[in-house]
Write a protein that binds this ligand. Structure first.
Ligand SMILES: Cc1ncc(COP(=O)(O)O)c(C=O)c1O
Length: 365
């Protein structure tokens, strides 16, 4: 498909995903010349005043947005969220210790696999038993009394399930929020560590936003390279080595965009209304579409569903593509269809998809 240079289509991709258009426009200008310095953002030294201003503003805006106090450090890391799967146990799981993990999907399982390289893992909830359709209630968790921490994933990008409440845990709570960070207010104080790969709600792939309680970061006992220690990055304020400067810049611009849009409560309202349109199209289809996630665990960010057959799923994708809708194919491990509607995804795109779903069901049901 070739389109005129200024045309964009509805991008339902799960990640890398849509970025707010005003942010892309600002980035175009700043790539050329940022802060009237005569130098583009990617060309500035990370130790220079211009990039330092970007970093400081990102820190201030992030604190304002999610009400984060001084007990917590905000650090930018690289290597994607996947690097966190090993950095977390490397720092916080002693060799003879145990960590609790909630297995609610593919990414949570990958985190478990890496943690097992460093110590004992207690799978406190095994979602594979119900094909990852459902998020557990706190009373379904088999937690360990003296676990080093409890790790969970707030939104399961592949299966389209999301925690609607913070799980109760007496041990330090660690969350992978890669696919729903800042889509709604965040319960910072219940967590010792939150990490999020940027490529869904925050910017470009590779950059990771990490919010960590400073005293928790000090608990690392293992001798590990400095680059893998959270405490190093806190001490060096995200500039231990050359940080992903453009990624951090873009995250900073997106934080400013969220603040301009009215903050996390406003986004939550908008995201709820957007998701409702598509869930209604599933629920009102008289069984033509089936939702993958249990209704009580439905995600606001990734909506997973199927038509009556795989061949019809393929037809759905083909016809959607003719209507300028892309990225609706489900993940290879889950199959079916998936609409990812992150913060920047417009309501008009949800309208268009819901209308198309209705029409497709009428013509093929
Ligand atoms: C919830 C979640 N965690 C972790 C990852 C892995 O992120 P990355 O590819 O940036 O390592 C993803 C990727 O989509 C994800 O959705």
């Amino acid at each position: 498909m070739s389109l005129p240079a200024n045309r964009r289509i509805f991008n339902f991709s799960a990640g890398p995903a849509i970025i707010p258009e005003p942010v892309i426009e600002q980035a175009q200008a700043d790539l050329w010349n940022i802060q009237e310095s005569g130098i583009g953002i990617c060309e500035h030294s990370h130790r220079g005043d211009h990039f330092q201003r970007v970093l400081i503003e990102a820190d201030i805006d992030c604190r304002k947005l999610a009400d984060i106090d001084d007990d917590y450090a905000i650090i930018f890391l690289q290597g994607g969220a996947t690097t966190q799967f090993s950095m977390v146990p490397m720092n916080f799981l002693p060799e003879n210790g145990t960590a609790d993990y909630l297995d609610t999907g593919v990414w949570a399982s990958k985190a478990i696999k890496d943690a097992k390289l460093f110590g004992n893992v207690n799978v406190a909830f095994d979602g594979s038993r119900n094909n990852y359709r459902q998020i557990p209630d706190s009373n379904e968790l088999s937690l360990t009394e003296d676990a080093a921490y409890t790790h969970y994933c707030t939104n399961n990008t592949i299966f389209g399930t999301e925690f609607h409440a913070t799980p109760a845990s007496k041990t330090p709570l660690i969350a992978d929020m890669s696919s729903d960070i800042f889509s709604r207010p965040v319960d910072i104080k219940s967590h010792a560590l939150i990490y999020a790969g940027a490529q869904k709600n925050l910017g470009p792939a590779g950059t990771v936003l990490t919010i960590i309680r400073k005293d928790f970061a000090e608990r690392c006992e293992r001798e590990i390279p400095a680059i893998f220690k959270y405490a190093t990055h806190i001490e060096k304020e995200s500039c231990f080595n050359t940080p992903p400067t453009f990624g951090i810049y873009l995250v900073g611009q997106i934080l400013k965009w969220i603040l301009r849009e009215g903050g996390l409560l406003a986004l939550e309202q908008r995201n709820t209304a957007k998701a409702q349109m598509i869930y209604d199209a599933i629920d009102n289809s008289e069984g033509f579409y089936s939702g993958v996630a249990h209704p009580s665990s439905r995600s606001l960010m990734n909506i997973t569903f199927r038509t009556p057959s795989e061949s019809m799923d393929a037809m759905f994708l083909e016809e959607a593509s003719k209507r300028q809708m892309s990225g609706l194919k489900g993940h290879r491990s889950a199959g079916g269809l998936r609409a990812s509607i992150y913060n920047a995804f417009p309501k008009e795109g949800c309208d268009a998809l819901a209308e198309f779903m209705q029409e497709f069901a009428q013509n093929n049901g």
